[in-house]
Design a protein around this ligand. Structure first.
Ligand code: FMN
Length: 368
């Protein structure tokens, strides 16, 4: 029998998926009328379209509260484990991730929810671990947001318990600083290999160390010149080898693809500059630059950062005609990026052109 995990994720060298469709606005903080609402029926339509197009995965944002602004960007969000269960029941081959906030989910409860999703999808469920970064979301749940290092320490305990629950055939105890578990035994077990695929999102050195130790893929933004990516990937892989593991690179991007480069740039300027939801963009930029000094940056850099926030929640922009888009994806893949989690301003309106024009180019190039 064909390995279901292989069927869903390892079919292609360059892996593609939709990112953020479970939230209002998706990755686009825009007032443009075609902006993504993120209703369940839209999610279902996008998921089926992506599945039929042969994309590899669907990745939700873990959001509990919106970014404000006129649209309250991302304020309407579907919880990701229940979302994944519904998506997996309605699709055939595509993988669906849950984006799970460590501090908000008891690990035993989460492990059981994830096994259930894994069973529904016959091995197509994946876990994206987020240790959390928005204090207002913690406050909303009455949970204190720990300091950075402590969040990752808690994450380590959480993932240790979850993986033990998934793999141990005998009852186990666990006594940590954050969790205490007695006589835990979980049935059924995940349906593929030892456990579902694990991705973890982060960008700090601590986040990389966590990924190297625990994850099949590190989910991180592109922050370097393309020529520097391969060195970066090599050092992450070396770190993972220290734990006897291999690791891949998973990144977030947003795509505007039109018949000509000029049309793509015009649409990008339209929805992510002229029609940007300025209130939401200010909030996004402030949160994402907690350690930076946005106001001290030169004017053109501030403008780019704001456009990137409005266009793709800060993800890497891929803007152009089908040759540009396919060419850049291939270049980034050759540099070491395995998987691209993509935002479109409107998933169901914009995916068909990408499917018809970019996917065949990637196939001809032999990366899919
Ligand atoms: C590409 C990427 C995607 C992320 N997605 C989410 C998300 O959907 N929800 C969330 O609460 N945090 C998300 N995070 C936040 C991380 O899980 C992490 O808490 C944060 O980046 C702080 O850790 P760091 O200092 O290691 O980057 C994301 C981070 C990155 C880099």
């Amino acid at each position: 029998m064909e390995d279901p995990a292989l069927r869903s994720f390892d079919r292609h060298s360059l892996k593609l998926g939709l990112f953020g469709l479970n939230c209002s606005g998706g990755l686009s903080a825009t007032l443009a009328p075609e902006r993504w609402e993120g209703t369940w029926s839209q999610n279902l339509a996008a998921a089926k379209m992506a599945d039929e197009a042969g994309l590899d995965f669907l990745l939700p944002l873990g959001r509990w509260k919106g970014y404000g602004g006129e649209t309250d960007h991302n304020g309407g969000s579907l919880e990701t484990l229940t979302w994944a269960a519904g998506i997996l029941a309605a699709t055939e081959n595509i993988m669906a991730f849950g984006t799970v906030h460590v501090p908000l989910f008891n690990p035993i409860v989460a492990a059981k929810q994830m096994v259930t999703a894994d069973q529904i999808g016959a091995g197509r469920f994946g876990l994206n671990i987020v240790c959390g970064w928005n204090e207002d979301e913690f406050n909303m749940a009455g949970v204190e947001m720990n300091a950075h290092e402590k969040r990752y320490e808690q994450g380590q305990e959480w993932v240790d318990i979850v993986t033990q629950a998934w793999t141990s055939d005998t009852p186990f105890d666990y006594a940590g600083d954050h969790y205490s578990v007695t006589g835990a035994l979980m049935k059924p077990k995940p349906s593929t290999k030892d456990r579902p695929m694990i991705v973890s999102a982060g960008s700090s050195d601590r986040g990389r160390a966590f990924a190297a130790r625990n994850s099949d893929m590190m989910f991180t933004g592109i922050r370097t010149a393309i020529d520097d990516i391969s060195g970066d990937v090599a050092s992450l892989k070396a770190e993972a080898r220290g734990y006897g593991r291999d690791i891949g690179m998973f990144t977030n991007c947003y795509i505007v693809c039109r018949p000509t480069r000029r049309e793509a740039e015009e649409y990008h300027d339209y929805y992510a500059l002229e029609m940007a939801d300025e209130g939401a963009v200010t909030s996004l930029v402030a949160r994402r630059n907690q350690r930076g000094r946005f106001d001290d940056l030169p004017e053109d850099m501030r403008r780019n950062l704001r456009q990137r926030a409005a266009g793709g929640n800060g993800a890497y922009p891929i803007i152009g005609d089908p040759d540009d888009v396919a060419g850049l994806l291939i270049r980034l893949h050759e540099a070491g990026i395995d998987a691209f989690a993509i935002g479109f301003a409107n998933y169901t309106e914009h995916l068909p052109y990408f499917r018809d024009e970019v996917l065949p180019r990637l196939e001809v190039a032999g990366v899919r």
